[in-house]
Design a protein around this ligand. Structure first.
Ligand SMILES: C[S@@+](CC[C@H](N)C(=O)[O-])C[C@H]1O[C@@H](n2cnc3c(N)ncnc32)[C@H](O)[C@@H]1O
Length: 221
């Protein structure tokens, strides 16, 4: 059995698919049913309850707590709703567990920005900047292509792109067909717009998961 990764707040498994490609055995947890989950196993449960009970059974943990409470992009559509802020309680439990971990979220979330990834770096058609806090290990390795500065309408810095990037956003904010979204994200196992809008491109976790897998023997000693 390859090393086991626990994927908390797994959704449809954008992160899970990347870890699979990197060589991990991936077990997902989500509070909602996820019939299209892309990891190897799935448990419907509260992520923190599952982590407290089973975290010690895994070699590493990834967590993608809901981003709505931290997200400026959806602040308008989310106005008046409240969302649980789960980054801090997730980190507390992970620090107590002592396994290497990754917490992923949007740029405004209260994470230490150890790694910030953008779809352009991986040749994707989404920007989708995401911040990754790494616990118990370090990724000093840059992704294979350096991050290029970029601009879309309304952006003020960097290189110009001719409108070929795809806006993959929930709550009616996105543009393009489902096929456009799938291609832009590198996801082909779900055509559900909400699942696509909540996912991270698997390329991000394939990159991080490969680096972590290489370090794992040294971390375990
Ligand atoms: C940002 S999405 C995760 C996306 C996923 N990482 C991916 O790449 O496809 C957050 C997920 O957290 C789930 N969620 C929210 N509260 C939860 C909780 N207390 N326990 C487990 N899952 C929860 C939601 O159902 C949602 O699927």
């Amino acid at each position: 059995m390859p090393p086991r990764l626990l994927d908390l707040f797994g959704g449809a498994g954008g992160a899970a698919h990347g870890y699979r490609l990197a060589g991990w055995h991936v077990t997902g947890v989500d509070i909602a049913p996820q019939p299209r989950y892309a990891g190897h196993e799935f448990h419907q449960a509260d992520a923190l309850d599952f982590l407290a009970a089973h975290g010690h059974e895994f070699d590493a943990v990834h967590a993608s707590p809901p981003c709505q409470g931290y997200c400026t992009l959806t602040a308008g559509t989310n106005h008046g709703r409240t969302y649980p802020l789960l980054v801090a309680p997730t980190r507390d439990l992970l620090d107590r567990l002592g396994r290497p971990y990754v917490i992923e979220n949007v740029p405004n979330a209260p994470l230490r920005p150890d790694v910030v990834l953008c779809g352009l770096t991986f040749g994707l058609k989404v920007f989708r900047h995401r911040v990754f806090e790494l616990g118990g290990w370090m990724s000093l390795q840059a992704p294979h292509t350096p991050h290029r500065r970029h601009r879309v309408a309304g952006w003020r810095h960097g290189e110009r792109h001719d409108g070929d990037m795809v806006a993959v956003y929930g709550d009616g904010g996105g543009k393009g067909s489902v096929t456009d979204w799938q291609t832009a994200m590198g996801i082909d196992w779900t055509a559900d717009r909400r699942e696509l809008a909540e996912a991270i491109p698997p390329a991000y976790t394939e990159f991080l998961g490969s680096v972590l897998l290489d370090q794992l023997p040294a971390l375990a000693t």
